[in-house]
Ligand binder design. Structure first.
Ligand SMILES: Nc1nc2c(ncn2[C@@H]2O[C@H](COP(=O)(O)OP(=O)(O)OP(=O)(O)O)[C@@H](O)[C@H]2O)c(=O)[nH]1
Ligand SMILES: [Mg+2]
Ligand SMILES: [Zn+2]
Length: 311
């Protein structure tokens, strides 16, 4: 029998079959997946094969199907082991707001770079559009122009005034979506607006983490009645990266990736080199200045060495 792992507690896994029925499963022996040293061989999102045991009330996972992608974090700060948070994600949905609170483009671009690195398509959902005044409206129009021209779909919604919620539900339909966003942007409000009763803990940071003690956060998938799943990752505030090389950052900006082959030097960092096609594109407005500045800031900081997702 086959199903998808929707919850994991470490030793038990909840597997959901196509018909929606759930069964608690254990793992058969030791699993090893090529190339990843991991503390958990099975993660939420994994497609697995299982057999029933004894009275059929529980199961045994005997096979994990190949993963399309997965997101990881290092098990502990110094550990070489990683913890797989979720796998087979169809899209990363970032909920942002322009006001109350304003989500910075620095945060957004770091999120998008991370999604690119994991090869997970990213989508931006701008919530609280009911709060717009003329000035924010202007900012919003510019924002949409920048991000949609780079290739990121943008949805403008209001959970409160129920604006464009059909489109939002359509976005999630039949997909496995990782939902992220700063605290207070309205993740719970949006999900509750299309799926009443589903109380996600997406933005919460567990108190244990703040004390610096490591506990493993397990993701959970929630089935939506429109079809599809939302992946909830308690204790994980934002996307993190492992072993990411600074020379790869520009490639994670699709609009830079497109231009960089025309730079004079093939190891151009697009910072100070002469005849840089990326800098030229920034000057003539083809590449957004704010995106470029965030690129510089990512190069400059230690973001890619920080792998603690609970920061
Ligand atoms: N005006 C307005 N307020 C909204 C909207 N959506 C959510 N809010 C308000 O924003 C606040 C935060 O919403 P939540 O849904 O709790 O935000 P969250 O992203 O789940 O936050 P965390 O759980 O802390 O990560 C609440 O007071 C909501 O009522 C909206 O579309 N318009
Ligand atoms: Mg919430
Ligand atoms: Zn260059």
């Amino acid at each position: 029998m086959e199903g998808i792992v929707i919850k994991s507690t470490g030793s038990w896994f909840t597997v959901m079959q196509n018909n929606g029925s759930k069964i608690n499963c254990k793992l058969k022996g030791q699993f090893r997946i090529k190339g990843i040293k991991t503390t958990n061989p099975v993660a939420v999102g994994d497609k697995v094969e299982f057999i029933h045991v004894r009275d059929k009330s529980t199961g045994l996972i005997i096979r994990i199907f190949e993963r399309k992608n997965h997101i990881i974090r290092r098990s502990t700060k110094l550990s070489k082991l990683s913890h797989i948070i979720a796998s087979n994600i169809d899209q990363a949905v970032l909920i942002v707001t322009h006001t109350k609170p304003r989500t910075s483009t620095g945060f957004i671009d770091r999120f998008l770079v991370t999604a690119e690195a994991y090869h997970i398509p990213a989508v931006l959902v701008i919530n609280k559009i009911d709060l717009f005044n003329e000035e924010i409206e202007k900012y919003h129009n510019k924002f949409i122009k920048i991000y949609s021209s780079v290739g990121y779909p943008c949805y403008s919604v209001s959970a409160l005034k129920r604006i464009n919620l059909k489109q939002f539900a359509g976005l999630l339909k039949d997909k496995k979506s990782l939902l992220s966003g700063h605290s207070g942007v309205g993740k719970s409000a949006l999900v509750n607006a299309i799926e009443p009763g589903l109380d996600l803990k997406t933005g919460e940071i567990s108190k244990v983490h703040n004390k610096g003690k490591h506990t493993t956060a397990y993701a959970e998938m929630h089935k939506l009645s429109v079809g599809g799943f939302i992946i909830d990752t308690p204790g994980i505030k934002e996307f993190g990266l492992l072993d990411f090389d600074k020379s790869e950052v520009a490639e994670r900006f699709p609009e830079m990736r497109e231009k960089m082959h025309d730079c004079r030097f093939n190891n151009c960092t697009h910072v100070h080199e002469p005849d840089c096609a990326v800098k030229k594109a920034v000057e003539n407005g083809t590449i957004s200045k704010s995106r470029y500045l965030n690129y510089l800031s990512i190069l400059d900081d230690n973001y890619f060495e920080i792998v603690d997702w609970n920061k």
